[in-house]
Ligand binder design. Structure first.
Ligand SMILES: Cc1cc2nc3c(=O)[nH]c(=O)nc-3n(C[C@H](O)[C@H](O)[C@H](O)COP(=O)(O)OP(=O)(O)OC[C@H]3O[C@@H](n4cnc5c(N)ncnc54)[C@H](O)[C@@H]3O)c2cc1C
Length: 598
């Protein structure tokens, strides 16, 4: 092993959280930071050009290659689990949807022990991180590192979906990241000048040469080094050699929901029985790896009567030009994703936060480049994907062995709790109801998934069990809070160990009603203030939110608007009644082969 070099902070993992921390901890502090990333550089065109994400996922490029254990409640299916192994981490392979969730999610976190993580505490960090194309307002940021913009897809099918949602009685929102987090709303993406705005592009690339920041790629951390109950450094493997680095202030784990708990357990921090079983001497007894949560969803697909704009752009000559234009100039169809709409909905009026999401897609899951005489064009399709936002089922992450290079064992335990299937079935029925509304008549061909043979509750449940997939938003394995369920405290310090924090999706107490990349980054923004000893932002936001809530409460009381202040939505919003299931003329039940991400 080489001689250790010493830094103030060592950050493990240059993903969504790690890149934010690397930027902020070297900002006017004089601190020295070592950022260690197991993956390599992120300049590949498939990462940079938004439309390249299909190839990233299809070939599992820049990915850790994980899958779940056989899932008991899904008939033993093993699910693909995507995780970025590259600068930017999962934000370099994700679908770039920008969503923040409902304010009630964060207020629930705080009520349940995550002190300082209420919505009023998070809002200033969402704003600090963001550069919204429409500029700053009380909810949106205008000058942060992370560029966000409206979806730019020209496909008319999204307007039809939106009209169909309105006919079905669902609300619409002008901005689900603003004051109205509930309803059908135009998608927003983390894209800047036509290129993917990953955490690496937004936070790391601009400061790569900053004094104080040392970055090592291809460096896989194998354990945290401790002296007594203090973390003093890490051991890592790079180019086949084992190296060591010391941290004089803190080691910060940002390895993500699977690898941060893995590193803790490899270092003796975790459930003692499990650690002893695989030959690791326990140092601290904490519920590391428990509380794994994730969104789960099913794709429902229809043939499209006439091919849509995305299908036209997939002809290989156009695809090549589109890739080149997007790569060179950040312009053209390669810089636009075929997903223009999301809906966050409450299936019951008494809920504090949405429990169902619809994702919409204007392309089939197996869309591919085509050209007459070379490869046949695919049948164009479109789809809606009901997702369960607050699953009760919990899984876990455990070690397969004490070998740091062995992949962790992932058990989602999806649908273990019967309520989860009931809510997802409800989402399915609402989705089908919207899908057969009149505005979609010009587009709708045969229902191919699940098809006309799936109607009764038993048929729907069986189909869900056979087709449900992860949305790739796992979290919670190093849960923040107090008491026996928590691994880190509200400042994200590992209980019982000095000089060690976890800052990534693993510390979320539970699922927010959103895709979680923006939330991980806002969490890391706030963590950077806690680590630097800066007073956290937040007090003024309580006044702003309070004032807006009063205004909206009055407007709602006068019947002019919906009100999204806690407790009020229930009185104003009603989950719509479903129409009788309409006739579906086609019967060609086929299931999607892949396509598991948000
Ligand atoms: C396919 C996919 C699609 C998604 N789509 C969306 C979306 O559209 N919108 C959205 O909001 N969210 C989306 N998400 C979720 C979101 O991107 C992630 O939740 C988020 O990026 C997680 O951030 P993180 O910092 O916790 O972990 P990551 O970003 O995964 O970062 C962890 C980093 O640590 C590195 N690392 C791990 N172990 C080690 C080690 N031992 N040594 C050194 N380095 C290590 C990894 O290589 C990685 O770079 C998606 C996720 C995926 C996978």
């Amino acid at each position: 092993m080489s001689t250790a070099v010493s830094y103030d902070y060592i950050i493990v993992g240059a993903g969504s959280a790690g890149c934010v921390l690397a930027n902020r901890l070297t900002e006017n502090t004089g601190a020295t930071v070592l950022l260690l990333e197991a993956g390599g550089g992120d300049r590949h065109p498939y990462i940079q050009v938004p439309i390249g994400l299909g190839k990233l996922q299809q070939h599992r490029l820049f990915d850790w290659g994980y899958s779940t254990e056989p899932e008991f409640h899904l008939n033993g299916r093993q699910l693909t689990v995507l995780r970025g192994k590259v600068l930017g981490g999962s934000s370099s392979i994700n679908v770039m949807a920008y969503t923040r969730g409902h304010r009630g999610d964060y207020d629930r976190w705080e009520r349940e022990g995550a002190t300082g993580w209420a919505y009023a505490d998070m809002l200033p960090y969402f704003r600090r991180s963001e550069s919204w194309e429409n500029g700053e307002d009380p909810w949106r940021g205008g000058s942060g590192p992370l560029s966000t913009r409206w979806a730019r897809t020209p496909d008319p099918i999204f307007d039809a979906w939106r009209e169909a949602g309105a006919l079905a009685g669902w609300p619409s929102t002008s901005d689900f990241n603003g004051i109205e987090p509930v309803g059908f709303g135009r998608s927003q993406s983390t894209i800047r000048n036509g290129r993917r705005a990953s955490a690496s592009a937004a936070y790391l690339r601009p400061v790569r040469k900053r004094a104080g920041l040392s970055l090592r790629t291809g460096a896989t951390v194998t354990r945290v080094l401790t002296r007594g109950t203090r973390a003093v450094g890490v051991e890592f493997v790079r180019r086949g050699a084992t190296e060591r680095a010391d941290a004089t202030r803190e080691v910060i784990l940002s390895g993500g929901v699977f690898n941060s708990p893995q590193l803790l357990m490899l270092s003796g921090i975790g459930p003692p029985v499990h650690l002893r079983d695989i030959g690791i001497t326990p140092l601290a007894d904490l519920p590391v790896g428990h509380n794994l949560r994730d969104h789960l969803a099913v794709w429902m697909m229809w043939d499209r009567k006439d091919a849509g704009p995305f299908h036209q752009e997939m002809r290989i000559d156009r695809t090549a030009v589109n890739m080149a234009r997007a790569w060179l100039f950040g312009a053209g169809a390669g810089a636009v994703l075929p997903n223009g709409l999301l809906a966050f909905l409450k299936s019951r009026p008494d809920l504090d936060v949405p429990d169902i999401e619809f994702m919409f897609r204007a392309a089939p899951l197996d869309a591919h480049p085509w050209f007459p005489g070379w490869k046949s064009a695919y049948q164009d399709r479109y789809g809606i994907r009901p997702a369960l936002l607050h699953p009760r089922s919990r899984g876990d992450v455990t070690l397969r062995s004490a070998d740091p290079h062995a992949p962790v064992r992932i058990r989602h335990n999806f649908l273990a709790e019967p309520e989860d299937l009931v809510t997802l079935r409800e989402g399915f029925r609402h989705a089908r109801d919207v899908a057969y509304r009149k505005p979609l008549d010009p587009f709708r061909g045969c229902e191919v998934s699940p098809g006309s043979k799936v109607n009764t509750d038993a048929e729907v449940d069986a189909w869900i069990r056979n087709n449900v997939l992860t949305v790739n938003h796992p979290l919670g394995t190093c849960r923040m809070g107090r008491g026996a369920n928590a691994v880190v405290d509200s400042e994200l310090r590992v209980h019982g160990i000095e000089g060690l924090r976890v800052v990534d999706a693993s510390v979320f107490p539970d699922m927010p009603s959103a895709h979680i990349n923006a939330i991980v980054m806002a969490l890391a923004e706030r963590a950077s203030d806690l680590i630097r000893g800066h007073p956290p932002l937040g007090a003024s936001e309580r006044l702003t939110i309070g004032a807006w809530c009063c205004r909206w409460w009055l407007a709602a009381a006068m019947g002019r608007r919906r009100c999204h202040c806690r407790g009020m939505e229930a009185r104003i919003l009603r989950a719509p009644a479903r129409a009788a299931t309409p006739q579906r003329p086609c019967s060609d039940p086929r299931v999607p082969s892949s396509g598991s991400s948000s």
